[in-house]
Ligand binder design. Structure first.
Ligand SMILES: *[C@@H]1O[C@H](CO)[C@@H](O)[C@H](O)[C@H]1NC(C)=O
Ligand SMILES: *[C@@H]1O[C@H](CO)[C@@H](O)[C@H](O)[C@H]1NC(C)=O
Ligand SMILES: *[C@@H]1O[C@H](CO)[C@@H](O)[C@H](O)[C@H]1NC(C)=O
Ligand SMILES: *[C@@H]1O[C@H](CO)[C@@H](O)[C@H](O)[C@H]1NC(C)=O
Length: 421
């Protein structure tokens, strides 16, 4: 009895990733949750578009259908009210969030530091995706999210159906006419879906101008996260545990889940060390922008399917970057082989910028370099700060200087070079 409970709760923490683990912080968690105003934020159904509009930016909420029936809530800052550039041709940028996260993760640090606002003010048409199953994408033309069938997907389906749908939709808008490619930015799972899509449907490489992958996750051989390593042997294989755990909604954003985290962080609870470990690392050295925390808590965790986690745990166990393992029998039916097929990342011809870091416990330097070796067209950006970790790409107070400004400079250079032609 005891072991599965521990495994489940450990996974709960894992799902949040090291950055949104801030939600369970022992210090700030109590402070914020004792604060009635912070608690109101839970009931606040403000969307990403509402939040960007509050800062004066033009804001749109699109409902984008996928080929397999899901309806994705996708947000857009079409131009900058400061530039009044609505009639100019604006290059399209598409930002895709990580596991357990959603479009709100990109805007937590406000207009002066967050990438979407900075991009809009640099003249771009900015799109923020939401994978199927997250708070803004619990919608389908036929299936109800209350039925398990809705949750039968992993990040392979997010890559093949969701990312393609959003890219094509953005290129089909009025501003997209005459443009045939976009800039892509992904964090964590947002990089996994890029690798999967661009290798599985290589024709999509033609639709990419530059890609910026923050904390890239594909091969997970050297991943150091103790949580993932301890859960992997149970759930990273087809067995009774993983079958019971599979194809379910995991950690949606609601009050039950918030209460669960509150309990995990209770001082006398056996899992308190898990809670403290994650949070200690996060707050070390005042690196994280604490003013962004209330918004982070109001929007995270944003939900996912347990199959997305199982798929990652399979990668960690097998050492391969390959499709979902359904067990020998079903693999033979689906793939025609006992093992799932590997993603042919050599097919990724588009220009890929890899942003990676020494202290990232989910994207190990060796693993990023192993994938990079197989990519024909890449640029490596190793973060100079040795303490830079997985979550720093979202919440470090210096993202503007060390990530956002250089990323925009690379896009600008591309646009300049390719504008005359
Ligand atoms: C931190 O986040 C807050 C809230 O979004 C924002 O106002 C501020 O500019 C951000 N950056 C820094 C360095 O404080
Ligand atoms: C915005 O960021 C710049 C560059 O980091 C900084 O110099 C400036 O003080 C910030 N402005 C505000 C209003 O926070
Ligand atoms: C679900 O999708 C439909 C379009 O098929 C849209 O009209 C509706 O507003 C969406 N519902 C939610 C809750 O997003
Ligand atoms: C990383 O993986 C390689 C190959 O599997 C192994 O030889 C090496 O010891 C690993 N390094 C770490 C730090 O785990």
């Amino acid at each position: 009895m005891y072991q599965p409970v521990v495994v489940l709760l450990t996974l709960a923490t894992l799902a949040l990733g090291s950055y949104s683990a801030a939600v369970v912080g022992p210090i700030d968690f109590y402070k914020l949750y004792d604060n009635p105003e912070a608690h109101l934020a839970l009931k606040d159904k403000a969307t990403t578009a509402d939040r960007t509009a509050l800062h004066g930016y033009p804001s749109e909420h699109h409902h984008i259908p996928t080929k397999d029936g899901y309806v994705l809530g996708v947000f857009r800052i079409p131009y900058s009210h400061k530039l009044q550039n609505q009639n100019a041709k604006r290059p399209i940028v598409f930002l895709q969030h990580g596991l357990g996260s959603c479009s709100d993760a990109w805007i937590l640090q406000g207009p002066n530091d967050s990438l979407p606002y900075m991009l809009a003010d640099a003249g771009y048409d900015v799109w923020m995706g939401n994978a199927r199953g997250t708070s803004y994408s619990r919608n389908h033309t036929k299936l109800s999210p209350d039925h398990p069938t809705f949750w039968q997907f992993s990040w392979h389906e997010i890559a093949i159906y969701d990312i393609t749908a959003i890219i094509d939709y953005a290129l089909n808008t009025e501003n997209g006419k005459g443009q045939d490619a976009i800039h892509y930015v992904g964090h964590s799972q947002g990089t996994t879906v890029f690798f999967a899509l661009m290798s599985w449907l290589p024709e999509y490489n033609d639709k990419i101008k530059t890609a910026h992958l923050f904390a890239p996750v594909a091969v997970m051989k050297n991943l150091s996260s103790r949580l993932v390593r301890s859960v992997g042997p149970y759930l990273g294989h087809k067995n009774a545990y993983s079958t019971l755990f599979g194809s379910q909604e995991f950690l949606p954003h609601n009050e039950f889940v918030m209460a669960l985290f509150f309990n995990i962080c209770q001082p006398d609870f056996m899992l308190r060390p898990v809670c403290e470990g994650a949070v200690e690392k996060l707050y070390a050295g005042g690196r994280v922008n604490m003013s962004a925390m209330p918004e982070a808590m109001a929007t995270h965790p944003a939900g996912c399917s347990t199959d997305q986690m199982l798929h990652y745990l399979q990668e960690q166990q097998s050492g391969y970057f390959r499709q979902f393992d359904h067990g020998t029998k079903k693999n033979l039916e689906l793939y025609g082989s006992e093992d799932p097929p590997e993603y042919p990342v050599e097919q990724i011809k588009s220009l890929v910028h890899l942003w990676y870091a020494e202290s990232d416990d989910l994207a190990a330097v060796e693993d990023v370099e192993a994938i990079a070796e197989r990519l024909p067209n890449k640029v490596m950006h190793f973060m100079e700060d040795p303490e830079w970790n997985h979550g720093d790409f979202a919440l470090n107070r210096e993202v503007r200087e060390y990530v956002n400004e250089p990323v925009i400079a690379i896009m600008e250079e591309y646009e300049l070079k390719n504008s005359g032609s």
